[in-house]
Design a protein around this ligand. Structure first.
Ligand code: SF4
Ligand code: FES
Length: 247
């Protein structure tokens, strides 16, 4: 496959960015999108040009590092992570536009890399259990309803990639936040800090500059882990309960 890439280049957080056009030839349809970018960077290195900076780590859909807006879609045209997107989803001769996540709370660091430290700070504001649970207990010694345990497992698959924020017209992180609140709120170990958790994490979400949810649903459509929209209902329910308990 021969491709034309229109790539956002930006030297640093304060620099003005812009789209640069590159030609990449001989791309196999079996390559991942990141492997295709590796080819572009080898080409740029050979030409003495600075390679394109982009985030990646596991390349297995686990870590949530890869984060690209591809032709206007978070993670591209398939519902998966950018590292699990393959070039067979594109056509020979296609022009592909590649940009970083666009959200006020995710400032551009360089080229396609954004700072997602806001997610870490939301987790630090309560996305954990501080009770000492000791060494790994026998699984059946902590009673947990099966449906609640399964829901906790399902929403715990959120990898913190930020696609939900990038896809949302409001730049809201409500799906991410809802996944974390639901995950811990479904488990017995998550109960003692449940109220302070939702108040702390929601306050940090707002402080970071993420927008509010207006039930558009682009977040769940873009989520590579299929986090359902109803975690936001759970988030709102927990928030109201915590506010009532506080007053
Ligand atoms: S909810 Fe989905 S899209 Fe949002 S951070 Fe988690 S895995 Fe990524
Ligand atoms: S590089 Fe880890 S999820 Fe894509």
């Amino acid at each position: 496959m021969n491709l034309t890439l229109k790539v956002w280049r930006q030297a640093g957080p304060e620099s003005e960015g812009g789209i640069h056009t590159y030609q990449v030839d001989g791309v196999s349809e079996d390559m991942s999108f990141l492997e295709m970018l590796d080819i572009l960077n080898e080409q740029l290195n050979e030409q003495g040009e600075e390679p394109v900076a982009f985030d990646h780590d596991c390349r297995e859909g686990i870590c949530g590092s890869c984060s690209l807006m591809i032709d206007g879609y978070a993670h591209g045209p398939e519902v998966t992570t950018t590292c699990q997107l393959h070039m067979r989803s594109f056509s020979d001769g296609q022009t592909i536009t590649i940009e970083p996540w666009r959200a006020e709370a995710f400032p551009v660091v360089k080229d396609l890399v954004v700072d997602r430290g806001a997610f870490d700070r939301i987790i630090q504001a309560g996305g954990y259990i501080s009770a000492n649970t000791g060494s790994a207990p026998e699984a059946n010694s902590v009673p947990a309803q099966r449906d609640k345990a399964m829901r906790a497992f399902n929403v715990a698959t959120c990898i913190g990639c930020g696609a939900c924020v990038a896809a949302c017209p409001n730049g809201s992180a409500s799906l991410f936040l809802g996944a974390k609140i639901t995950h811990l709120g479904e488990l017995p170990q998550g109960q003692p800090e449940r109220n302070q958790r939702v108040l702390g994490m929601t306050a940090q979400h707002d402080e970071e500059g993420f927008g509010g949810c207006t039930n558009i649903g682009e977040c769940t459509a873009a989520c590579p882990k299929g986090i359902p929209l109803d975690v936001i209902s759970q988030l709102n329910k927990d928030y109201r309960t915590a506010l009532r308990a506080k007053s």
